[in-house]
Write a protein that binds this ligand. Structure first.
Ligand SMILES: [Zn+2]
Length: 296
């Protein structure tokens, strides 16, 4: 958490918002030789060097919807909206995860951002207000309703999710959902609801899922998570009481883990005798690492 950016964060790209609003400049930048991210649907195509592959905008038809990703060393990068968005949760797609495991941090961030906005376009071809067709605008960072009487503007969504380390007497509360792999535990998490602060969302989720009241919620770090568009907001909170009342519709189990157990899980992977820690791409794993390193 400290020092280097989390997976999917740290994108080293000039998003050049000033250019997005200029259709003539956008058309110039998106010439036939402009660089186009190669994807199959939303799955990244990697070369033998385990890097993202690039084609040219000229390879596409005239009606392709292009998203301007930004400028890298002055060069414009684009990606095309696929015919379909992701209908399956991405983590079930083996090809996507195999590719993500190979990408370096910069390319992971580039792919994640592109994937999230492309998937949004593919799933928002119609106006949520009037049902009319929408068209891509502002370099791909907006969609406009084509209905003259409506003309609503729509923006790529980011959904805030709180994910929290709840601590009591030197132990940490972790839970497992029924869809987790055998033996896996992670930090509790949940979407922020309208009308809630981050601190309130943390407290509500922990109370709903585990029956635990928390205080002193503090922020640790955040991470974009492109499946499809969450912003993971990592927090820490204290509990005064360790009694659990588990909501079995959400969690299969929740338990308090000692520092030694968390260390065992992080260091020994599948061989761990305590639990299986979250994947290296997930902020939850970095939160556990942070907790071990914090002197409290
Ligand atoms: Zn409309």
């Amino acid at each position: 958490v400290r020092g280097q950016p989390l997976p999917f964060a740290g994108l080293k790209l000039d998003r050049a918002d000033n250019l997005r609003a200029d259709p003539e400049r956008m058309a110039e930048l998106a010439g036939p030789d402009a660089r186009l991210l190669r994807l199959e649907g939303l799955i990244p195509r990697l070369g033998e060097d385990a890097c993202l592959q690039w084609g040219r905008c000229g390879d596409l038809g005239d009606d392709a919807e292009l998203v301007f990703l930004g400028l890298l060393d002055g060069e414009a990068l684009f990606a095309a909206v696929p015919a379909d968005g992701d209908t399956d949760p991405a983590y079930t797609r083996r090809e996507t995860w195999a590719a993500l495991g190979q990408l370096g941090p910069d390319e992971l961030a580039l792919y994640g951002g592109a994937r999230s906005v492309l998937d949004w376009h593919a799933r928002h071809r119609f106006c949520a207000r009037c049902g009319g067709p929408t068209r891509i605008a502002k370099g791909g960072w907006q969609r406009d309703c084509t209905g003259a009487a409506c003309a609503a503007q729509h923006f790529p969504r980011v959904d805030p999710v709180t994910i929290m380390l709840v601590e009591h007497d030197g132990r940490l509360l972790l839970g497992r959902s029924p869809r987790f792999p055998e033996g896996s535990y992670s930090a509790l998490a949940g979407f922020v609801e309208p009308g809630e602060s981050i601190e309130e969302a943390v407290a509500r989720e922990v109370l709903e899922e585990a029956g635990v009241r928390v205080r002193d919620v503090s922020y640790i770090a955040s991470q974009p998570w492109p499946f499809p568009s969450q912003l993971m907001i990592a927090c820490h909170a204290h509990a005064d009481d360790d009694a659990l009342t588990i909501d079995e519709t959400e969690l299969e189990d929740a338990r308090w883990f000692t520092r030694d157990e968390v260390r065992d899980a992080l260091e020994n992977g599948a061989e761990s005798r305590s639990f299986r820690a979250p994947t290296p791409q997930a902020i939850a794993r970095h939160m556990l690492q942070w907790w071990l390193e914090e002197e409290r």
